[in-house]
Design a protein around this ligand. Structure first.
Ligand SMILES: NC(=O)C1=CN([C@@H]2O[C@H](COP(=O)(O)OP(=O)(O)OC[C@H]3O[C@@H](n4cnc5c(N)ncnc54)[C@H](OP(=O)(O)O)[C@@H]3O)[C@@H](O)[C@H]2O)C=CC1
Ligand SMILES: CC(C)=CCC[C@@H](C)[C@H]1CC=C2C3=C(CC[C@@]21C)[C@@]1(C)CC[C@H](O)C(C)(C)[C@@H]1CC3
Length: 543
């Protein structure tokens, strides 16, 4: 029978999962069944830790003489401002390894107190109002978003059918409830999802490795998204050639959205139920609050899989994303029908091509998604399932839907300017995402040898020059510029086609601050140093 080394209420040092950083935590309880301690961090985060990830505060010492010297608070402060602290890549790995080794338990202990203080310096930022306020806020938030998000999609889809989709026409007339559900639409959504699932499991294309998990394991993903969109395009073209009327999508948009919503809801229920039975090391950090609604919404399991079929990866990259392009194409056909055109309008062609490029690029570089926040850190629950299967296909296609009945002729100068904006955004977006992805996959890549980095205590480094030295999220900047180019073809008569741009600013500002606090937790003072060097978050000189 293993002994329980730590008692409830005891203050100990808990390792932050996936890193070598130890924080002061309070033991809440021990579960004899799972052999895990539930501990609470200073910011109110509760985690379950294994026995080997907990050290008694008194036995917490350092091994590294030099590191301990250089990280004394005064020294650290001066170092962090010094440019010498930022290393060229050739030396950064050694520094990172040293840093990683430094913050461990062990050896003689004359420097113990200093070290403890030093490590605690990378402490979690205390939350204003304390954990209880935060928890209530989060729970209420989950209830709110759970109801608000579907209602908002319904609102947008009703607005876009209006001749004058302005806020003055609020609320839009609601069709009879029984017309919202349609068996045929449900069948089409199911067939489409199964078709995408079939393409996903075909043994075609590369097997890519994900980032190391907390257990050190690396999952394999079939990254054949480009193949999937090419086959889908051929299948759709063949269907149209055979006389299938794709404008059905335009005339039954609401029914298709409702069917997708039902699918995403059932999937989320399944995800929640199965998350209750998986071992703790497969759970996401967060989403395990014990509150059913919050956990259902946020997602509990990090990488839910049925054998090798990764549900999160599949949903994020396939049915919704490729479906979005099919919807756009259907809108182009609907526009020709409605406005008696022989070819789609210039505005419609731009919107279709721009968004197609975005999706094809995402699928071509599918491996890069494995280093994004959603794949690495977030649990899979209603928020992402709904986002992937309903939000993306049915709200990202609103510009194309809008153009079906709201023509906006474009002159040549406008066309050229819009294309230039799109290309600029795309260039920034692609280059920055590829640079980070290449660096995370192989920090010793010779192509990146010219870049400066900051070592962190986790062993990973942060890029501090190149794209990631311009702003802290150059990929968001490129994405926002592209979003501008998607709205411009629709003109300025209504706010609705600008909805994506507005939503995207909010989403990315929020993601940016979420990511900042996550990185602050992971990297501590190295992150502060990065932020001091790279001062702006998304827009150079402005934000
Ligand atoms: N169209 C849409 O609806 C959406 C599009 N996107 C796009 O998806 C892409 C991915 O976005 P997202 O997942 O939010 O975030 P990022 O791809 O920017 O990933 C953030 C992570 O990158 C790592 N990182 C941060 N700074 C550095 C640095 N200086 N050097 C090295 N690594 C660093 C950190 O992870 P770690 O250190 O752990 O590796 C951090 O957590 C973006 O291009 C975004 O625009 C995102 C959301 C919605
Ligand atoms: C309001 C709500 C329900 C939010 C959920 C957010 C999701 C819609 C987005 C979170 C991250 C996303 C990404 C893409 C689509 C939107 C979601 C799922 C993405 C797949 C689009 C294509 C890009 O090339 C991308 C692969 C970089 C991108 C990754 C993030």
């Amino acid at each position: 029978m293993p002994t329980v080394r730590f008692q409830s209420g005891e203050m100990v040092m808990g390792r932050w999962p996936g890193s070598n950083l130890y924080y002061e935590v309070k033991v809440l309880r021990f579960s004899p069944k799972s052999q895990l301690y539930t501990v609470i961090y200073k910011d109110g985060t509760e985690l379950e830790l294994k026995d080997q990830d907990i050290k008694s505060a008194t036995g917490f010492r350092t091994r590294s003489r030099s590191r301990s010297r250089s990280r004394s608070p005064a020294r650290r402060r001066s170092r962090s401002r010094s440019p010498a602290r930022i290393t060229r890549r050739s030396s950064s790995r050694t520094a990172a390894v040293a840093a990683a080794a430094a913050i461990t338990e062990s050896t003689p202990n004359s420097r113990r107190d200093a070290k403890l203080k030093d490590v605690l310096e990378v402490r979690l930022k205390p939350l204003v109002g304390g954990p209880k306020t935060l928890i209530i806020f989060l729970f209420v938030g989950a209830y709110f978003w759970l109801l608000f998000l579907p209602a908002w999609v319904l609102f947008l889809l009703l607005q876009v059918t209006l001749v004058d989709p302005s806020l003055a026409n609020f609320p839009p007339p609601l069709p009879p409830l029984e017309t919202l559900f349609d068996g045929q639409a449900l069948g089409i959504v199911l067939l489409w999802t199964l078709f995408q699932a079939l393409l996903y499991i075909l043994p075609v294309g590369k097997l890519s490795e994900g980032m190391p998990l907390r257990t050190g394991e690396r999952l394999k993903y079939r990254t054949n998204g480009f193949f999937a969109i090419v086959v889908s395009a051929v299948a759709v073209a063949a269907a149209v050639y055979q006389g299938v009327d794709l404008t059905y999508i335009h005339s039954n948009f609401l029914q298709l959205a409702v069917a997708s919503f039902l699918g995403s809801f059932l999937l989320s229920v399944y995800l929640y139920v199965r998350s209750r039975y998986v071992p703790p090391d497969q759970l996401a950090l967060g989403g395990n609050s014990g509150n059913v609604v919050y956990d259902f919404f946020k997602g509990h399991e990090l990488n839910p899989r049925i054998k090798n079929f990764d549900l999160k990866f599949f949903c994020e990259m396939r049915p919704g994303l490729i479906g979005w392009c099919v919807i756009n194409f259907a809108m182009a056909l609907a526009e020709m029908q409605e406005q008696h055109l022989e070819a789609p309008s210039h505005a419609m062609i731009l919107v279709n091509l721009f968004q197609l490029l975005y999706v094809v690029d995402g699928l071509w570089n599918e491996e890069a998604i494995l280093t994004t926040m959603d794949l690495m850190h977030d649990g899979f629950g209603f928020m992402l399932a709904f986002g992937d299967l309903v939000w993306v296909p049915f709200t990202y296609s609103l510009q194309a839907y809008y153009l079906v009945t709201h023509p906006n002729p474009l002159g040549l100068p406008a066309l050229i300017a819009i294309v230039a904006i799109k290309l600029l955004g795309f260039y920034i977006f692609r280059m920055s995402n590829s640079q980070k992805n290449a660096f995370r996959r192989n920090p010793s890549d010779p192509k990146l040898a010219h870049l400066k980095t900051i070592p962190t205590a986790t062993g990973k480094s942060l890029l501090v020059s190149g794209w990631w030295g311009v702003v802290r999220h150059p990929n968001y900047l490129g994405d926002l510029i592209m979003a501008l180019a998607w709205s411009l073809p629709c003109g300025f008569s209504h706010l609705l086609p600008w909805y994506y741009m507005i939503y995207f600013i909010i989403l990315l500002v929020h993601r940016n601050s979420r990511d900042m606090s996550e990185c602050r937790r992971k990297y501590g003072s190295a992150w502060d140093e990065y932020c001091q060097t790279v001062r702006y978050r998304i827009i150079p000189g402005i934000y």
